[in-house]
Ligand binder design. Structure first.
Ligand code: PEP
Ligand code: MG
Length: 569
């Protein structure tokens, strides 16, 4: 690409980075079946590959021990044990003899057979080993074929990752000492890797379109993740401008840190709450360091994704308990499983649907798979003894769904009583307000829910009847549309009328243009990504209610998005 070439994308996690491109492309391995070598030579390749994989795993184990402690490092000890399993080795060995095939062919086949067999077992411990086995199998295979496996935890300093897309486990591997930002060809602001980037405070620009074949490794890139732009091979003048912008951004970030321990209070003394959104217990750190006084949304589906089997009740209990404990008695709203839509969990066997966003998703799935939902609710109730956990139900369309969840909770409580297990008997069960149906029924729902949290990401899409993946109608996906603003206002008013807390955990809660309106409508709690906590608090503290109300009156008279934006700027 030419000097100063500008690539436009979506700003997914704020910041400015200047670094060297690392083009993250998975090498496609061609596995030949037929071998030209002797059996002994193939076995030698197999052993050598295993040594390479073992060395890598030992390094990862050491690094994990330093960074995350023994618990997490032990996972890789388990991987090494699997890698050295003698039974597995002799299975591959006999395949090489019988089929006269290459080591990689035998290895690939054996791993696939073993992993499938494990995944089909009843025992959850063995089910979970299937994913580990595939992981180590891949490393071993790359070792045998003498191919470099891309290890995102071991990149050069000052790297900017450019990838087609990053899955959450890729993002989790990123070493923040070396990686300054990432850029992906596909994905949006609410994609999981974007959410994780915000938790990690890692600048990210997503949805830039096909660029991997246009860029070169080590090319200098400027990532302006405030505007959503990437500048390729900048000239000295541009570089200087962005170095200054980066300094300014970092200075403002420092200034915001002064608000870390302060409450969110408007100029005229109206106090609201600013909490944070998380996807895993690890994200709590970011919320606390950014001064979030609670967790307003814990998306539990991440616990179910990127693995080969369901997390057990015990695993779920540990995760929920960890969050509750780390938040030390501050509120933690845990949303129950929201899968379907754009979040697939292969081992749950969700069927293909023509309209997944209108289909078998979230609470609809859970109420039909009560076996799975029961486990989650039980784990949540058990964890409620360790902090201030509240349960939130996603994609609700009416009171009947809420009643069913509450009935299940009541039954599980009776079971726990019998077992003598502690839990919070007064646990709050609230509703995620993200469908037009819930909005229309908000008056009735407010009588039975302990709290509302408005999910504007979905509420916008469903209210505007827009498929978020369809570029032709993307212009309609806007929270500034008067239809969406009216929905938000109605939900808040209905909640307030019944005296319940009304929060917002969609992206709109962090939008400085919308915050004055939300305050005027009476929103109690703003749940935003870790990096937006302080900025949101600052915006709130710059407001006065009189000004907010006057602004809201004007905005609510608007009948088009254009008119709204004319006023909000
Ligand atoms: C929302 O819909 O606004 C929301 C917060 O939930 P998610 O983005 O996980 O669907
Ligand atoms: Mg949602």
């Amino acid at each position: 690409m030419k000097q100063n070439n500008l690539i436009k994308g979506i700003p997914a996690s704020p910041g400015i980075a200047i670094g060297k491109a690392f083009l993250y492309k998975e090498n496609k391995l061609e596995i030949d079946e037929k071998s030209n070598l002797s059996k002994e030579e193939e076995i030698e390749r197999l052993v050598k590959g295993r040594e390479i994989a073992k060395k890598q795993l030992e390094e990862i184990k050491e690094n994990t021990l330093k960074k995350l402690g023994k618990d997490k490092a032990d996972i890789f000890e388990g991987h090494i044990t699997l890698l050295e399993d003698e039974e597995l080795f002799s299975e591959i060995d006999s395949k090489i003899s019988q089929k006269k095939c290459t080591a990689e062919f035998a290895l690939n086949e054996a791993i696939d057979e073993y992993a499938t067999m494990l995944a089909n077992l009843e025992d959850t411990y063995f089910k979970e080993r299937a994913g580990d086995l595939r992981d180590i199998g891949k490393r071993w295979l790359y070792g045998v074929m003498n191919e470099q496996i891309v290890d995102l935890s071991k990149l050069e300093p000052e790297t900017i990752i450019v990838a087609k897309e990053l899955n959450p486990s890729d993002t989790a591997q990123i070493n923040l000492d070396n990686v300054l930002a990432f850029v992906t060809e596909i994905g949006g602001k609410t994609a999981h890797s974007s959410i994780m980037a915000r938790s990690l405070e890692l600048p990210a620009v997503v949805g830039v379109g096909a660029v991997l074949d246009e860029l070169e490794d080590n090319q200098i890139l400027i990532v302006d993740a405030i505007k959503g732009e990437v500048i390729v091979s900048p000239d000295t003048e541009t570089l200087q401008i962005y170095k200054e912008k980066r300094e300014k951004f970092l200075k403002e970030k420092e200034e915001l840190k002064a608000l870390k321990d302060k409450e969110a209070i408007s100029k005229d003394g109206i106090k609201v709450d600013v909490w944070g959104n998380i996807g895993s217990p690890n994200d709590v750190k970011g919320i606390i360091s950014n001064g979030g006084f609670g967790v307003g949304l814990y998306r539990t589906e991440f616990l179910f994704m990127d693995r080969d089997s369901m997390p057990t009740e015990e695993e779920q209990f540990e995760a929920y308990k960890e969050v509750a404990e780390k938040m030390k008695g501050k509120p933690v709203i845990i949303r129950t499983l929201d899968i379907g839509g754009d979040k697939d969990v292969p081992y749950l066997g969700l069927e293909h649907e023509d309209n997944p966003f209108l289909g078998f998703r979230a609470i609809r799935y859970c109420l039909q798979r009560k076996d799975i939902y029961d486990i989650q609710l039980k784990a949540l109730l058990r964890a409620s003894a360790f902090g201030k956990i509240k349960i939130m139900v996603p994609l609700v369309t009416g009171v009947d769904e809420l009643r069913q969840v509450k009935a299940m909770i009541k039954d599980i409580m009776a079971e726990l009583d019998k077992e003598g297990v502690a839990y919070n008997k007064n646990i709050e069960v609230g509703v995620m307000m993200e469908t037009p149906a819930a909005c229309m029924m908000a008056d009735a729902l407010a009588k039975e829910a302990a709290f509302f949290s408005i999910g504007t990401n979905d509420l916008t899409g469903y209210t505007m009847a827009v498929d978020r993946g369809n570029a032709k109608v993307a212009y309609l996906y806007s929270t500034y549309n008067p239809a969406v603003l009216r929905a938000i206002k109605r939900i808040i008013e209905c909640g307030k009328k019944e005296g319940i807390m009304v929060g917002m955990c969609g992206e709109a809660a962090a939008d400085s243009k919308l915050i004055p309106l939300l305050l005027a409508f009476g929103l109690d709690e703003f749940s935003v990504s870790a990096t937006s906590v302080l900025k949101t608090r600052k915006t709130i503290s710059d407001c006065t209610m009189d000004e907010c109300k006057a602004l809201a009156d004007k905005v609510m008279e608007c009948v088009t998005e254009e008119e709204v934006l004319e006023i909000l700027g």
